[in-house]
Design a binder for this molecule. Structure first.
Ligand code: NAP
Length: 296
């Protein structure tokens, strides 16, 4: 039976470490601040945003949410971002995705100043991360997965990591980070058009699944002893829950955990780590600002 990789517990430890660092910055007169821009009333987005700003406040950071109407224009949204870009008390800016279809999300993300882009989605940060520059903000989910592997003492050097999915926010940056000197993994990326997905997933020493399809990965698709990181977040109806749904991942947890060495649960695996790394990036942004404002 697989060992559970407990993202909630790793996050608890990391957040305690960060609370100390926030207190030190506050003693120096700086309170790290994160502003989250939420367009519309998507309930899942509202829940994610609420947990992000709540997590900020728990650490002593300033977390604020700006709610904009579903039909906000691109110009109005840009004006809000401009204001946050020039507000010295705001160290991190995040525009919650997905955006309504009339808003060009790439242009919106590029409008955030790279120094405040704590999601790491601005092309400048994506490029810096790709070349291994420490000034980059690393996107939170890949950063959280790396930190989780590190803190669980799961070696990546020389291991074959197979990633299912090729998204810009999770899979591509993760592949680049894992193959870099240091982690030193051999990485295979698969996607919708990969024929015979199981032939690839069965080769994985570490299998990372970021697709958004319940039960995509079953026990016959993994080799014994694999480490499984399940990024997927799928809402499925659940009459026993007050919310009427429960969250599940992309991996058939019950059968795969009979074969794997270690596995992340959903919820309680990658999700909390993503928010924890958002806090870490906001802290990094505040520290960088302090450093830039010091005379050289
Ligand atoms: P995404 O942009 O939704 O893309 C999904 C990827 O899966 C695409 O690359 C797609 O391939 C691939 N795919 C679809 N069907 C497939 C199949 N049958 N076999 C192999 N690959 C397939 O991805 P994302 O934004 O990374 O999100 C993925 C999941 O992770 C979602 O459930 C999301 O909610 C979750 N997520 C969780 C967190 C967290 O903090 N826990 C953070 C981010 C995302 P094509 O490119 O060929 O279409």
């Amino acid at each position: 039976m697989a060992r559970n990789i407990d993202g909630t517990e790793i996050s608890r430890v990391m957040r305690a470490e960060m609370a100390q660092q926030v207190a030190e910055l506050q003693a120096a007169g700086v309170t790290p601040g994160l502003s989250v821009v939420l367009v519309g009333n998507n309930p899942a987005s509202q829940a994610y945003v609420a947990s992000k700003t709540r997590a900020c406040e728990t650490l002593g950071m300033k977390g604020q949410t700006l709610n904009l109407p579903e039909d906000v224009s691109k110009e109005e949204l840009f004006a809000v971002i401009d204001r946050l870009n020039s507000d010295a008390t705001v160290h991190g800016i995040l525009v919650q995705l997905p955006l309504p279809a009339h808003l060009p999300y790439k242009a919106v993300l590029e409008h955030i100043h790279p120094d405040k882009d704590v999601d790491g989605f601005h092309p400048q940060n994506a490029g810096l991360a790709f070349v291994g520059d420490p000034r980059a903000f690393i996107p939170c989910t890949p950063a959280g997965i790396l930190e989780m592997l590190r803190r669980e003492n799961i070696p990546t050097r020389g291991k074959h990591v197979v990633i299912v999915g090729r998204s810009l926010i999770v899979s591509k940056p993760l592949a680049s980070l894992l193959m870099a000197p240091g982690p030193d993994a051999t990485v295979t990326i698969t996607h919708r058009h990969t024929p015979d997905l199981a032939a690839f997933t069965r080769q994985a020493d570490i299998l990372i699944v970021a697709v958004g399809k319940q039960n995509l990965i079953t026990a016959d698709m993994v080799k014994p002893g694999v480490v499984v990181i399940d990024v997927g977040q799928n809402r499925v109806p659940d009459a026993s829950s007050a919310r009427g749904f429960k969250m599940v991942g992309d991996v058939d947890f019950d059968t795969v955990s009979q074969v794997a060495e270690a596995i992340t649960p959903v919820p309680g695996g990658v999700g909390p780590m993503t928010i924890t790394m958002l806090l870490a990036n906001t802290l990094q942004a505040a520290r960088a600002r302090v450093t830039r404002s010091q005379p050289s």
